[in-house]
Design a protein around this ligand. Structure first.
Ligand code: NOJ
Length: 474
């Protein structure tokens, strides 16, 4: 049956992006606290110190999601709020906060979908090289166990890591996320590998605790599409997938590292000694129950032309003309499709990637349950005199993705839920607060952070209600 009755509809957020309360109730320092406060690379000069103040206003946000007819809420736990030093002592006030959030979600009929790591290492772990250091995997597993023990009786959907590849890419290749390494491909693969191993070990730890929920990983899908004019089409597809997707997906879904990874790393000139033979056992024992996909764009690639490796990334929005992409020496480079729209940060808006990625996952990995853990549209916004935002662009764009999701479901893809990124405006990492994704406007200039549902909020409510009402006809 392609249209499940228990389909989950909701919104997704991440701890650092919305909680605020950065130094309250015993929370430890996180890598983003330090980056935002101290780094010259924090080009928008804003922080998540207060952000949406979800820490204090969580009930208001959850009430609005419930009134929107959502039946789930995806959020992440701040590791440093639970274990301030990354290892060792547990902060009971942190546990109490997430207990309040989880209990209130359940009271309001929202299934909590909880991510353990969403880009925000405790600073103490970051100083020990974060996920580039395999010793920190043990610390992550211990933290996960603390969360399972505290919340596992009520949380039935767990995510180990949000976007292992994109986090590793920004931190080690683009250099716009802490610790801001640029074009360090060895560290990039090392981090993605260790995150995969961390996922496998956390999955095993969860199963060993005999809890009755499901556990998965969230991948930023970015399916590889090769330009029709490329000469080495098959090879570019293979290389693109090796670079972006296969390590995360094969380990999580097949329980093994991709067979051609070592050869690919050799081609890239990357020392692969971070891979250990004995890890094969952890991977085999750590396959996930479901896959989360954050669906925004594809990677549209063609043959490498000439010159040196270059990374194109735009955190300046309309102030720059930069189109997001890459030129990876001797491998491939981004192609430009003039018929595809881009957002003001130079990223393609390509709704069909929803369909393509779902079909491709089904073909390569079978019928694993899939949640669309994020989909949304970032833009500048100007409210009217009442603070209301007519965000028809967002509606049109998200509608396109949802239609393609339905099409894939009709063709047998096992999709179990859809989360809008994001329920409300929030801190958008290096893009600050100007790039808004919310279905609810947060007035960040108002000391009380007034919340005003946008046009898309009412649209999303209709989408959910129509789904429920039309189930019989589907
Ligand atoms: C992916 C990330 O998970 C989230 O943190 C980010 O803000 C959104 N996409 C939008 O770019």
């Amino acid at each position: 049956m392609s249209y499940p009755k228990d389909f989950l509809w909701g919104g997704a957020t991440a701890a650092y992006q919305c909680e605020g309360a950065w130094n309250e109730d015993g929370k430890g320092l996180g890598e983003w606290d330090v980056f935002c406060h101290e780094s010259p690379l924090n080009i928008n000069h804003v922080t998540g110190d207060v952000s949406c103040d979800f820490y204090h206003k969580y009930k208001e946000y959850i009430d609005l999601m419930a009134a929107e007819k959502c039946n789930t809420y995806r959020f992440s736990i701040s590791w440093a709020r639970i274990i301030p030093n990354g290892v060792g002592e547990v902060n009971q006030k942190g546990i109490d906060f997430y207990n309040r959030v989880i209990d209130y979600c359940l009271e309001k009929g929202l299934e909590p979908n909880v991510t353990l790591f969403h880009y925000d290492l405790p600073q103490k772990i970051a100083l020990k090289d974060g996920f580039a250091n395999r010793e920190n995997i043990d610390a992550f597993v211990e933290y996960a166990k603390v969360c399972f023990k505290a919340f596992g009786d009520r949380v039935k959907l767990w995510v180990t890591i949000n976007e292992p590849k994109y986090y590793a890419y920004c931190s080690n290749v683009v250099g716009n996320y802490p610790p801001n390494h640029k074009q360090d491909f060895e560290r990039y693969f090392n981090v993605v590998y260790n995150e995969a191993l961390a996922t496998a070990r956390v999955v095993k730890a969860y199963r060993d605790m005999k809890l009755d929920g499901k556990i998965g990983v969230v991948h930023d899908n970015s399916n590889v599409d090769v330009a029709p004019y490329a000469k080495e089409r098959e090879l570019i597809k293979l290389r693109g997938d090796m670079f972006y997707n296969s390590l995360t997906l094969d380990t999580a879904l097949k329980g093994m590292i991709p067979s051609s990874l070592i050869l690919f790393l050799r081609e890239m000139g990357v020392d692969s000694s971070f891979m250990k033979f004995e890890d094969a056992i952890d991977f085999a024992n750590g396959k996930v129950d479901f896959l989360g996909l954050n669906v925004y764009n594809r990677f549209y690639l063609t043959d490498f032309s000439e010159g040196e490796t270059e990374i194109y990334h735009n955190n300046l929005g309309a102030k720059s003309k930069m189109k997001e992409g890459i030129k990876l020496k001797n491998m491939f480079e981004s192609a430009n499709d003039p018929t595809t729209k881009r957002n003001l940060w130079g990223r393609e808006i390509y709704p069909k990637c929803m369909y393509d990625t779902l079909k491709e996952i089904k073909e390569n990995y079978g019928d694993i349950p899939i949640y669309i853990t994020e989909n949304g549209h970032g833009q500048y916004e100007t409210p009217d005199e009442n603070g209301y935002v007519d965000d028809q662009d967002r509606i049109d764009m998200m509608n396109g993705y949802i239609e393609y999701m339905y099409k894939a479901m009709e063709e047998g893809c096992n999709v179990k839920g859809y989360y809008a990124w994001s329920p409300m405006d929030l801190y958008s990492w290096v893009n600050g607060y100007e790039k808004r994704y919310g279905l609810i406007r947060v007035d960040f200039d108002d000391p009380n952070l007034k919340l005003i549902p946008k046009k898309s909020y009412y649209w999303f409510k209709d989408v959910i209600e129509n789904y429920q009402n039309n189930l019989a006809d589907k």
